[in-house]
Design a protein. Structure first.
Length: 380
């Protein structure tokens, strides 16, 4: 197959890494893979994986220049599968690929539009575009979980257009040994001047409104204030984003700046090292399409506290600790509870079960088989 992945971002994020894993896997299986995206951090990784990358940015909701470019690119390279990610790219790629006569057209808006943290008008407009273009031009729209499928049905996507294909965890997280974990832990604590005995709560995600780092910082401050966790505990926030300065200001206002580490944008090799350092992973997200970092933490054997979004309960198999979305007091309580269990047999068993859950449901082989089978079916 000659597969084109279209996305309007190549920065580090769940959707982008999802596409990188998918594209890399398809190359390994002998398919010709093309990626059309703007310039960004992951372009070199797509190229290293063996993909042909063409840089192009979508500037408008319906971008005539982009549609013309993509149409010509599809024709010139005889593309027979187009897989577009996120609604702006979905609309434009569907128009171009339909006009170019591509038979297999797949789309994926990872976080359902109805759950976006945007204005009501913007949300309604995007829902309208999604219903019109996906229902008329898509072969299949991906839902990352059953929970997301039901949300998309409520958004007006036809049932026959939907298929559930979960994400997968990268193989490196499944192969983390105890020796590697110890080595990475020492390396990160030394690099960031974290005491050997300090309890580290961690988070890995872009600093955006949806990820609710404000709730994370407030809950950490409350847990310290109420002595639910030790006074020398550290909060490790891995990731950059538009809210970094405001979050640092929030930390200062709560007098916890000296206890919080902001890494900013980090290298791809560092992610697994960070997970190996965390004593617990805290995921305060307000909206998710899947929650890839959640299963990465589970795969690495890190105890998890998560917001109680339906999708995160489904993905985790209820093998993590939950707090109410947006409730920093509840998150603080869960932080204290997890700390109190840190050396318990019960927590060790739960962490082991969580890792086994990832191995049963979210391996790269299952992930790639599902997509390869879908593309093949749509080409018939």
């Amino acid at each position: 197959m000659k597969i084109l992945y279209a996305l309007n971002s190549s920065q580090r994020g769940g959707m982008e890494f999802h596409t990188l894993d998918l594209a890399s896997g398809m190359v390994e299986r002998g398919h010709s893979v093309y990626v059309v995206c703007p310039q960004g951090d992951l372009v070199s990784q797509f190229e290293k994986a063996g993909c042909v990358v063409q840089n192009c940015l979508i500037k408008q909701d319906i971008d005539i220049q982009y549609i013309k470019f993509l149409y010509k690119f599809i024709k010139a390279n005889n593309i027979n599968v187009v897989h577009a990610h996120e609604i702006k790219c979905v609309v434009n790629a569907l128009i171009a690929s339909f006009l170019a006569g591509v038979k297999a057209r797949v789309t994926n808006t990872h976080t359902p539009i109805s759950e976006w943290k945007v204005s009501k008008i913007k949300k309604l407009l995007n829902l309208f575009f999604q219903r019109v273009f996906v229902n008329s031009l898509t072969g299949k729209e991906i839902a990352l979980t059953e929970t997301r499928l039901h949300v998309k049905l409520k958004e007006g996507i036809y049932k026959q257009k939907l298929i559930v294909i979960p994400n997968s965890v990268s193989p490196k997280y499944l192969k983390l040994t105890s020796l590697q974990k110890s080595s990475y832990n020492t390396e990160v604590r030394t690099r960031y001047n974290i005491d050997t005995n300090s309890y580290v709560l961690g988070n890995v995600s872009r600093l955006t409104v949806e990820k609710a780092h404000d709730v994370l910082i407030k809950s950490f401050a409350r847990a310290l204030e109420t002595k639910l966790i030790p006074t020398d505990s550290k909060l490790f926030i891995a990731g950059g984003g538009i809210l970094e300065n405001s979050l640092k200001a929030l930390a200062a206002s709560l007098n916890v700046s000296d206890k919080i580490i902001f890494t900013g944008v980090f290298s791809d090799d560092d992610a697994i090292k960070f997970y190996a350092t965390f004593d617990s992973f805290v995921f305060t997200s307000r909206a998710e399409g899947f929650g890839l970092v959640l299963i990465e933490a589970m795969a690495c054997g890190v105890p998890v506290i998560s917001s109680d979004l339906d999708v995160l309960q489904e993905v985790s198999g209820d093998l993590v600790y939950f707090a109410k979305v947006g409730d920093f007091n509840d998150f603080a309580v869960q932080m204290g509870k997890l700390y109190s269990l840190k050396d318990s047999v019960h927590l060790q068993k739960q962490v082991k079960s969580a890792t086994e859950h990832v191995l049963r449901h979210y391996t790269p082989e299952i992930f790639l088989n599902n997509y390869e089978n879908l593309y093949t079916k749509l080409l018939k």
